[in-house]
Design a protein around this ligand. Structure first.
Ligand SMILES: NC(=O)C1=CN([C@@H]2O[C@H](COP(=O)(O)OP(=O)(O)OC[C@H]3O[C@@H](n4cnc5c(N)ncnc54)[C@H](OP(=O)(O)O)[C@@H]3O)[C@@H](O)[C@H]2O)C=CC1
Ligand SMILES: CC(=O)N[C@@H](CCC(=O)OP(=O)(O)O)C(=O)O
Length: 310
């Protein structure tokens, strides 16, 4: 029998992208809800309970509600929302986090997909923490730009529809100005940091793509490593991984610019170490698609792991 998959929120931004990725899959049975019934709680409950894996692509409150609807049922859950990411009963769905993480996801009933920004930030911070190069009290800063689909259906129409009453005209804006962005708890927890980073996110007038930057003072790392030492640690951490690529220094030193849309419409993530040989500062940079490795691509990666397919 084919595994049954239900995407709750399949008509939203993340859900639609997952549906597209699963469209050609003959090994799965996709349970679907008509768009006009998407908020019909009884119908959703039936579909959630009939599924082997439910992928929740809902706002946080609706995700919590779906989890309650599944209490006492065997359905496994992948939640793409922020609701359960730092909850101890949930496995964090970042397969490349550390050596055992993919296996934890394979065996889990409850998987919380990482946020798009934390995917980039944690991918840069965690290898330095695990290698003992960065102390847990290092004052981490994270600067980022996301494509506007990161704001879901609402921001997409605000950006694209000139007749929207709250039409956004900016080409690039900073937000999260109170420094309390909802992604900070997971960055701190899975970055193994004592303090939340200072996080400055922004949105650009392009649909999909993301740059996440973590600038670092080398003299404030343990043993005062060089740029090449840090690059070596990142490369070792992700060796053998297919989705995360640490870009070789020969390639990154030849670059003059980084395009936020470099990996748009892909499920990969590129990591760079920028700076100058002999310099005292480096800029760690992750580039991904907010809807690829940042959301829908990661959800499909986790689903495949949970089905024992990778
Ligand atoms: N967009 C992105 O880049 C990323 C998104 N995520 C997360 O994915 C989740 C979905 O976000 P996104 O796809 O962007 O959001 P969208 O607003 O585009 O889609 C959400 C979908 O959920 C539906 N929905 C809302 N409330 C309910 C409810 N109570 N019951 C059933 N359906 C409901 C919406 O229907 P309706 O149209 O009626 O509102 C809509 O179809 C969020 O938790 C988000 O944080 C994670 C990483 C990145
Ligand atoms: C551009 C934009 O608005 N981005 C969203 C984050 C994307 C998202 O929905 O995040 P989750 O990963 O937590 O689900 C925000 O900053 O709230």
């Amino acid at each position: 029998m084919k595994p049954k998959i239900f995407i709750d929120g399949e008509h939203g931004t993340t859900g639609l992208q997952i549906r597209t990725r699963l469209a050609g899959r003959t090994d799965l049975e996709i349970l679907s809800i008509p768009e006009e019934e998407r908020r019909n709680k009884d119908l959703r409950a039936d579909l959630l309970r009939s599924a082997d894996i439910a992928i929740l692509c809902l706002p946080d409150d609706a995700s919590r509600e779906a989890v309650i609807l599944l209490e006492g049922h065997a359905t496994r859950i992948i939640d793409t929302s922020t609701a359960h990411r730092t909850h101890s009963s949930w496995v964090y769905g970042f397969a490349e986090l550390e050596a055992l993480q993919a296996q934890r996801i394979r065996e889990a009933r409850l998987v919380a997909n990482p946020g798009c920004y934390p995917t980039g930030a944690i991918s840069l911070i965690r290898p330095l923490r695990d290698a003992g190069l960065m102390n847990s009290d290092y004052p981490v800063t994270v600067n980022a730009v996301s494509g506007y689909t990161g704001g879901g259906k609402q921001m997409i129409t605000q950006m694209e529809d000139v007749n929207h009453p709250e039409h956004m005209t900016e080409n690039n804006f900073l937000y999260g100005l109170n420094l309390k962005h909802k992604h900070l708890p997971e960055m701190q927890m899975y970055g193994k940091l004592d303090h939340a980073p200072i996080f400055a996110p922004s949105v650009g007038r392009f649909p999909q793509g993301m740059i996440v930057q973590v600038p670092v003072y080398l003299d404030h790392l343990k043993g005062k490593p060089t740029l090449a030492d840090v690059h070596k640690e990142l490369t070792a951490h992700y060796s053998g991984q297919k989705v995360v690529r640490v870009v070789p220094l020969e390639e990154s030193t030849a670059m003059a610019r980084v395009d936020a849309e470099m990996l748009a419409d892909t499920d990969g993530m590129n990591l760079f170490v920028f700076g100058s040989e002999g310099g005292k500062q480096i800029n760690l940079v992750a580039v991904l698609d907010n809807l690829g490795k940042g959301a829908s691509g990661a959800a499909v990666q986790n689903m495949n792991l949970m089905l024992g397919l990778s």
